[in-house]
Structures are given as structure tokens and as C-alpha cells.
Design a protein around this ligand. Structure first.
Ligand code: DX5
Ligand code: ZN
Length: 219
């Protein structure tokens, strides 16, 4: 299981230090939440933050775009140093084109599903994605509670993947702690985003280790 701490819950006045703490604490990826105040009710930041943190970590930077018309921002995120760019099925009018565009920059392409969006809607594009991100909360804020009904979607994706031989990664995002990560791992998740659990602590390393320890048996 890969752990991707979300900088949404980091200390923005000490972002570089928090990223280094996460990296030294065993993080596998760094997750970046870009929100536009339209697709989701919250407003965060754009590619400028990816550009700023890129020189300070060797970890893959995983960009989750919670914005309307993400197509407009794909190039700038790619040029800023993103390794993964994920767009929401619900906010992207031309999903096929957006995924092609991400891949044209040699960046891994992810598709994101809100808790109410069924996995079956991915049928015609699943062969084009490097990752499916299953939202386990409604996007917009850190610190929300895990929605257990989303576990079924992880299981369906895992089954689909195995039956058809796809190699996309299954990522989950929202409400991850040692209890929920175990359930996600058992359902088939391979990458877990964790924001508040990792950064609402003076010791992110301890928190990352607790997450890894919770899934050791499921690996
Ligand atoms: C929610 C974001 C998440 C968020 C997770 O809209 O996509 O990445 O930071 O935060 P926690 O882990 O606190 O639920
Ligand atoms: Zn996210």
C-alpha cells in the first residue's frame, strides 16, 4: 500500500518542512488538492504550488484537480512537475480528450469518481487510465468521515481489473485512518491519500507508520 499525504492539511507557512517530514516519515507520494470554489465549495491553489514544491521532493506528485473544465489546467500542472494528474468524471465535459491530453505530456492519467458516481460509467475509458481515484468522502474539505458505501466500488474496480487484466492503480481519498485504510486495502485499494490523519500531528512519521502497520497483513 502506498501512502500519499495530502498537503491540504499541512502547515502552509511551512510547506517545505512538512513535505520533507512526510518524505522522511515514509510517504510514497505527495498528494496535491486543487479546488476552484465552483466544482467544490472550497478554494485552494493551482499549479504554482506544484512548481514550488517540486525541487524539494523526489516523490511522485499526485495532483487531484477538483475544478470545472480541468482541461484548461492540465498543461500547466504537467509543466510544473506533476507525475499524476487526475480529473473528475463529473467536472470534465470531454473526458476522453482530457485523458489523452494528460498522457501527451508523459504524465500518468487518473479519473476520479465522487461517492455517488457509479464505476460502470468508466466502461468506455477504463483502458486509457493509469489510475482510478475513488473518493471516500464528498470532495471539498479535509477532515471528513469515511463513507463506507464506497468500499463496494473499490471491490468492483478490483474485480474488473483482475478479470480483464487492466493495470490501473486504485487510489482512495478521504477519511483515511488506521481503521478505514484496512477496509480499503482488503477491498483492493493500492494507494491511500491521508490528509488530516498525517498532518494534524506533531509527528507525521508516527502517523504514516501507523497507517502502514494497519495494512501490513493485507499487502
Ligand atoms: C478532499 C481531498 C482530500 C483531503 C483528504 O476533497 O481530496 O485529499 O485532503 O483529507 P482527509 O484525509 O483529512 O480526509
Ligand atoms: Zn484529494
Amino acid at each position: 500500500m502506498k501512502i500519499a499525504p495530502s498537503i491540504l492539511s499541512a502547515d502552509f507557512a511551512n510547506l517545505k518542512e512538512d513535505i520533507i517530514k512526510a518524505q522522511e516519515g515514509g510517504a510514497d507520494w505527495i498528494h496535491v488538492d486543487s479546488m476552484d470554489g465552483h466544482f467544490v465549495p472550497n478554494l485552494t491553489f493551482g499549479s504554482i504550488v506544484v512548481k514550488a514544491i517540486r525541487p524539494h521532493t523526489h516523490l511522485p506528485i499526485d495532483c487531484h484537480l477538483m475544478v470545472e473544465n480541468p482541461d484548461y489546467y492540465i498543461q500547466e500542472f504537467a509543466e510544473a512537475g506533476a507525475d499524476y494528474i487526475s480529473v473528475h468524471l463529473e467536472s470534465t465535459p470531454h473526458v476522453h480528450r482530457a485523458l489523452q491530453l494528460i498522457r501527451s505530456f508523459d504524465v500518468k492519467a487518473g479519473i476520479v469518481l465522487n461517492p455517488a458516481t457509479p464505476v460502470s460509467l468508466l466502461e468506455d475509458i477504463i483502458h486509457m487510465v493509469d489510475m482510478v481515484l475513488v473518493m471516500t468522502v464528498n470532495p471539498g474539505y479535509g477532515g471528513q468521515s469515511f463513507i463506507p458505501e464506497t468500499l463496494n466500488k473499490i471491490k468492483m474496480l478490483d474485480k474488473w481489473k483482475k478479470e480483464k487484466g487492466f493495470d490501473f492503480l486504485i487510489e482512495v481519498d478521504g477519511g483515511i485512518n488506521p481503521t478505514t485504510i484496512k477496509a480499503c486495502a482488503e477491498a483492493g485499494a493500492e494507494v491511500c491519500v491521508a490528509g488530516s490523519y498525517v498532518f494534524d500531528s506533531s509527528n507525521p512519521k508516527e502517523r504514516i507508520e501507523a497507517l502502514k502497520h494497519a495494512v501490513r497483513d493485507s499487502d
